[in-house]
Design a protein around this ligand. Structure first.
Ligand SMILES: [Zn+2]
Length: 288
């Protein structure tokens, strides 16, 4: 499906290409090599059910929520923002997740792991250049092992927390998710990945010691992939914090930052919001 001819035609006839691409998306076709624009795609690598109070402190009931991953196709490289659940969670989440498994009911089938998701889009996992991990929790790093050539981009304080026994314990990290020998780029605060302002990490500490969100500059404006700095739209509207937070004051500051970015025109993509997720075009459709 990936065709040199198409690329050539693109140079001559942008409109033709756009129409073809829309047709392809509608028919479930694949992502083609980037020719200039920044393309953002969303997909899930699993769903889970948990107590709603895990997302909105003191709330009652259950919530079934997506585990999102994003592919960013930039002319200078292919990037994943988070990698979802470990494939072992498809058949034996209790063994894989250990003590925290009792808090989550995992809905995750074969073919939904990040490797398969990429292959479905015509992308080899080995061709992913960067994985930007929002943080080290199991539902954000579980697929890191499936993208072996990627360089991990993570906040220095998150990476360091992931190597300190007391913080590993306090944050329920599992070194098997992330201590895999990848090259690791530890960044501090806002980091402009390619120096062109299009892919910029946004420090949103609090959920964990070094949580980060990601700003992606699309032709239509800025998108902020908030990850777990803000689980739900309601979290931001009400400044409603989850039950378990590493640092509540910092998390509140991070949510206020997201509000300011939103007020300045950015679109916030919430970390685990099932209602919001219904409106997000799923790959192979592009987010525009
Ligand atoms: Zn999460």
């Amino acid at each position: 499906m990936i065709d040199q001819q198409w690329r050539k035609k693109l140079e001559n006839n942008q409109g033709w290409w756009e129409r073809l691409e829309q047709q392809n998306a509608a028919s479930g076709a694949r992502v083609t090599r980037n020719t200039g624009e920044i393309r953002l795609y969303a997909f899930t690598c699993g769903w889970m059910t948990a107590d709603l109070k895990m997302m909105l402190g003191r709330a009652h009931g259950k919530i079934r929520f997506p585990v999102p991953c994003y592919l960013i196709d930039h002319p200078k490289g292919r990037i994943l923002f988070d990698t979802g659940l470990h494939p072992d969670c498809q058949h034996d989440p209790e063994t894989r997740l250990g003590g925290i498994a009792k808090h989550f009911h995992v809905h995750y089938r074969r073919g939904e792991e990040v490797e398969a998701r990429l292959m479905q889009l015509g992308i080899e996992p080995k061709d992913i250049d960067f994985v930007i991990n929002s943080h080290l929790h199991f539902d954000h790093t579980g697929g890191n092992l499936l993208v072996p050539n990627a360089r991990i981009v993570i906040q220095r304080r998150e990476w360091e927390a992931g190597r300190m026994p007391e913080l590993i314990h306090a944050n329920a990290y599992d070194k098997r998710d992330y201590d895999l020998g990848h090259l690791v780029m530890q960044v501090e605060g806002a980091h402009d990945l390619f120096g062109d302002g299009t892919i910029v990490t946004i420090p949103t500490f609090g959920h964990t010691p070094g949580h980060q969100s990601l700003k992606v500059k699309l032709g239509t404006g800025d998108v902020i992939l908030a990850a777990d700095a803000c689980y739900l739209r309601q979290s931001l509207e009400e400044l409603h914090l989850p039950k378990l937070v590493f640092d509540r004051a910092q998390m509140l500051d991070s949510m206020l930052l997201l509000r300011r970015l939103q007020a300045a025109g950015a679109r916030i993509f919430y970390g685990h919001d099932p209602e919001f997720w219904k409106q997000v075009p799923q790959a192979p459709l592009m987010i525009r």
